[in-house]
Design a binder for this molecule. Structure first.
Ligand code: G3I
Length: 400
């Protein structure tokens, strides 16, 4: 599944091994065995020198920390800029690494869009143009898109955050964002990403209820991003239970923005353990690579490499844990995470759910696209089929 260039990885790992005389193997090699994407947040400007070599050797996925956000990709209305994302994608392509997209719709870092104060129709139009353009540019290049970021309110009974999107469009704005995204890039898995709902708590329950409603309404969501901005100690059981309950409704989980303030080796293995024991946990990404550059500031002791680029003991512990993952769960994860030959709206996914009229829908995949015969790309995906209209059925609003 992962196109990892083993000899190149081994070569690149040499300085890392010499410097630390500690880690056996790499995070990326062990993650491939466990069927996991293992990644980190970065920018193309950072991917040089020791930083770049470590990124090449240790990871199989990247996410832009800031460069694919609204204000970076559409700095003024209708003018798009993709250099930051392209740079990280090209770096990863050269090394067989994948790209996660962060993000289309958020209340922050949205530049001019936050000040439009437009009508529902105008804001839907802005949302659609943005997702069409950015999603279209990265079509087939991004394997997971955060369609929505941080949309659940922390107070307010865990309703939707009163963002400028919600205020102008209404509570069904997430539905439109997902539909626009599926049309813009049918090959990407679509996520709702949020913080503070990593373990079982009222916020993650609110997130779960939102996801259940979307699935019932045939809104195309594939997964939930649990950001995991954590502090020591990390509660493995609670996070594992939370991942599991999203798996029960057919959703993938990505741990998307991990940092653990004052994290111990045990904290890191608790988090990785919670992921590994659930087949639906498919990606594990840290928010940065080393303590020298974290949004939390130097001295956070929150990432896997020290400020002087030494791998912490947690690196070897994670490698060992991934290498020894339960083979039955690994096999199930690899099956679950497979790219479909023809993209499908897998509704109602793995479990039967009730449709909006109360009918019980079986746990079978309903094809989103007509079965087209065409060339299959390197990832086994058929790119010859085009989106068509049936996915509009069941929408709370019609996609524009
Ligand atoms: O690029 C400009 C630079 O030109 C300017 O000189 C400098 C002056 O302050 O600012 C730079 O931009 C900063 C940018 O990071 C790049 O470093 C912004 O001020 C700063 O606000 C921005 O912070 C980012 C933050 O999101 C914005 O909300 C952090 O790097 C980034 O780590 C953080 O990431 C978020 C996720 O997207 C969502 N979840 C929470 C996470 C942490 O807050």
């Amino acid at each position: 599944m992962f196109r990892i260039h083993q000899p190149l990885r081994a070569l690149l790992a040499v300085p890392f091994l010499l410097g630390a005389a500690r880690a056996q193997g790499t995070l990326a090699e062990a993650a491939a065995k466990a069927g996991l994407n293992i990644g980190m947040a970065t920018s193309s400007r950072q991917l040089t020198g020791t930083y770049g070599n470590t990124a090449k050797a240790q990871y199989n996925m990247f996410v832009c920390e800031n460069d694919m956000k609204f204000q970076s990709t559409e700095p003024s209305r209708g003018r798009f800029s993709y250099g930051g994302g392209d740079g990280v994608y090209n770096f990863g392509q050269a090394n067989g690494q994948r790209l996660r997209g962060h993000n289309f719709i958020w209340h922050a870092q949205s530049g001019w869009a936050a000040n439009v104060n437009g009508s529902r129709d105008e804001m839907l139009g802005i949302m659609k143009t943005h997702i069409d353009s950015v999603g279209g540019h990265f079509k087939g290049k991004v394997v997971e898109w955060d369609v929505l970021n941080e949309i659940t309110d922390d107070g307010n009974g865990n309703g939707l955050r009163k963002s400028f999107w919600q205020k102008a469009i209404g509570d069904d704005y997430p539905d439109s964002a997902f539909f626009y995204s599926r049309r813009a890039d049918p090959y990407a898995k679509l996520y709702y990403n949020d913080y503070g709902g990593d373990g079982v708590n009222s916020k993650s329950t609110a997130m779960l209820n939102l996801a259940k409603k979307w699935i019932q309404n045939k809104v195309p969501i594939d997964g939930i991003g649990l950001q995991c901005h954590l502090s020591s100690p990390v509660n493995k059981q609670s996070i594992s239970d939370n991942i599991k309950r999203f798996g029960e409704i057919g959703l993938r989980i990505s741990l998307t923005e991990i940092d653990i303030k004052n994290g111990t080796t045990q904290d890191w293995t608790n988090l990785m353990g919670a992921c590994l024991e659930n087949f639906n946990c498919t990606s594990f990404l840290t928010w940065g690579i080393y303590d020298g550059a974290s949004w939390l500031g130097q001295g956070c002791n929150c990432l896997l490499f020290t400020e002087s680029w030494q791998p912490k003991a947690a690196v070897q512990a994670l490698i060992d844990l991934m290498n020894n993952a339960d083979p039955a769960v690994v096999a199930k994860r690899k099956e679950f995470a497979k790219e479909p030959i023809i993209p499908t709206l897998v509704y109602p996914r793995r479990a039967p759910v009730r449709d909006r009229a109360g009918g019980l829908l079986p746990a079978a995949a309903v094809p989103l696209f007509p079965a087209g015969i065409g060339a299959v790309d390197a990832l086994g995906r058929n790119r010859s089929v085009a989106p068509h209209s049936p996915w509009a059925a069941g929408l709370s609003i019609a996609p524009r």
